[in-house]
Design a protein. Structure first.
Length: 300
């Protein structure tokens, strides 16, 4: 079988050996699918399916072995095609960078337009997502670079990291919240109130949960979202305390909402990460060095 026929064969199996259903799913005639199986079994002198009343019923042991190989081969075929697409994109000057929406808006809103205008031959493909999702994509070689939150949990032998921003988590409340008068919070101050933060696809969620567990706080995370706008606005006319990265303060209406730092804050450090390779293309090096140069802050 060629690769297309393997896909047809797998589709038949995954449709419960129902040729009619399989044909509709992949937009091919039922007779063509039936003939595919008949020809293969005749040419190879190998029975793939048991029959019942003239219809395919289930896989024979040989059919099960072929199905197992088909799964592996088609997966490798998809990975190969994906690799070819990515390598072709790189040769054309395309770099895939993954970063959380918050980081994109707060820290990169001016970088990407300036870089693109200055380097029209280099295409930047931006992939937005939570740090946990982006970490996985970087590990699977689906990204050239990722902007992640510390700790990244990446293997230092396989990936290099550079800090490009140092910040912390803070609390956001509505202006008439009972805690709004405080200039600084202890974590114990949160216990009477419901907590809001990013959902579990974000490293922020894990950091907040770990902190509450560390101090044995009775405060509970009751509101989660990927939208910081929603999480901040959810504090209106409620007792919710939203814990988010401090840079969000730049996006909110300061007459309605108040940001309060913690005496013992959770760090919010932003890192530029990439796989360690023996050599990097000219385009890869240009993008990487430009990001570091843009965020570099000399120590005084």
């Amino acid at each position: 079988m060629d690769i297309q026929q393997l896909y047809y064969f797998m589709n038949i199996v995954e449709c419960g050996c129902n040729l009619s259903l399989a044909a509709k799913k992949i937009h091919i005639t039922q007779s063509a699918l039936s003939q595919l199986i008949i020809n293969f079994e005749a040419n190879e002198e190998l029975v793939l399916f048991y029959r019942k009343n003239g219809r395919l019923d289930s896989l024979t042991p040989s059919g099960e072995k072929l199905y197992a190989y088909a799964q592996q081969i088609t997966k490798l075929h998809e990975q190969m095609n994906d690799m070819v697409r990515k390598e072709a994109a790189k040769q054309k000057g395309t770099i895939r960078i993954g970063l959380p929406s918050l980081i994109l808006r707060i820290f990169f809103s001016s970088f990407f337009p300036k870089f693109t205008l200055a380097n029209p031959d280099i295409q930047i493909e931006i992939i937005e997502g939570g740090s946990n999702q982006l970490r996985k994509m970087l590990f699977q070689n689906d990204l050239d670079y990722a902007i992640l939150i510390e700790p990244t949990s990446l293997d230092p032998k396989a990936f290099e990291e550079h800090v490009i921003q140092i910040d912390e988590m803070t609390a956001f409340v509505y202006h008439d919240h009972p805690l709004a008068y405080k200039k600084m919070l202890n974590w114990e101050d949160l216990e009477p109130y419901p907590i809001g933060t990013f959902n579990e696809s974000f490293t922020t969620n894990e950091l907040v949960r770990n902190k509450l567990a560390e101090i044995k706080s009775k405060a509970k995370i009751m509101f989660q979202s990927s939208s910081w706008d929603y999480l901040v606005e959810a504090t209106q006319e409620s007792k919710i305390v939203t814990i988010l990265p401090s840079p969000i303060e730049r996006t909110m209406d300061k007459t309605l909402f108040k940001e309060i730092p913690f005496k013992d804050p959770i760090p919010f450090n932003v890192l530029l990460c990439r796989p360690i390779k023996s050599t990097y293309s000219e385009v890869e090096s240009k993008v990487y060095e430009s990001i570091l140069s843009y965020f570099y802050q000399p120590i005084i």
